[in-house]
Write a protein that binds this ligand. Structure first.
Ligand code: ATP
Ligand code: MG
Length: 180
């Protein structure tokens, strides 16, 4: 089963220095004082998975994810986050470890990489579709999200269940075929 082995961030939010976080198997807890960057780690993961809404990343504009400077520290020109996923055969046939990277420059230019090869956002979205890891998925449930799921309309809640069950891929393909 695919699992998240590590996150490397540079220039993303408060991570002005290249920061590696390694996850073991089982339960992981991130602890630290208020404002130390715990939520920024989940934001970083969500961002690489293709999140397009700055609001969902607790910002006003997407540029807000780039390190904006601190005392004695100049702002940086780009943000880059890499996720290392292990046992990724479910995502790419025969794959063991894979790396997915997203980079954003202040100019607005955005890049995605799969194992260091440049790919499109669409490739990333498709890679994670139906795995439960995608940006629309339930892999990251934030504080407000719990209420949102409980109060969701039945159709919206169904989407979540379909993603979990892995049928979205087929629905998407059916739609593509029908539109040809
Ligand atoms: P809490 O316990 O309150 O939830 P936390 O550990 O989750 O705190 P985060 O929300 O991850 O903290 O981190 C917030 C910090 O990140 C703030 O100090 C904020 O200034 C900093 N930060 C966010 N975006 C940027 C940015 N673009 N550049 C520099 N620092 C940033
Ligand atoms: Mg937090």
């Amino acid at each position: 089963m695919v699992y998240l082995k590590g996150v490397t961030a540079y220039g993303f939010k408060s991570f002005a220095d290249k920061t590696h976080v390694t996850f073991g198997r089982g339960v992981t807890a991130i602890v630290g004082p208020n404002g130390s960057g715990k939520s920024n780690i989940t934001d970083a993961i969500r961002w690489v998975l293709g999140e397009q809404s700055a609001r969902n990343l607790r910002g006003a504009r997407m540029e807000d994810v780039i390190f904006s400077g601190a005392e004695n520290r100049q702002p940086l020109n780009y943000a880059e986050v890499t996720l290392k996923l292990d046992e990724a055969g479910q995502l790419i046939d025969g794959a063991a470890e894979i790396e997915v990277t997203r980079r954003l420059y202040r100019s607005g230019e955005s890049e995605y990489f799969l194992n260091h090869n440049k790919v499109r956002l669409k490739d990333i979205t498709e890679l994670f579709l139906d795995t439960g890891l995608g940006k629309e998925a339930f892999s990251i449930i934030s504080q407000g999200k719990v209420d949102e799921i409980l109060n969701a309309k039945p159709e919206d809640r169904r989407q979540l269940i379909e993603e979990a069950a892995g049928v979205l891929k087929y629905k998407k393909r059916k739609k593509e075929t029908e539109s040809k």
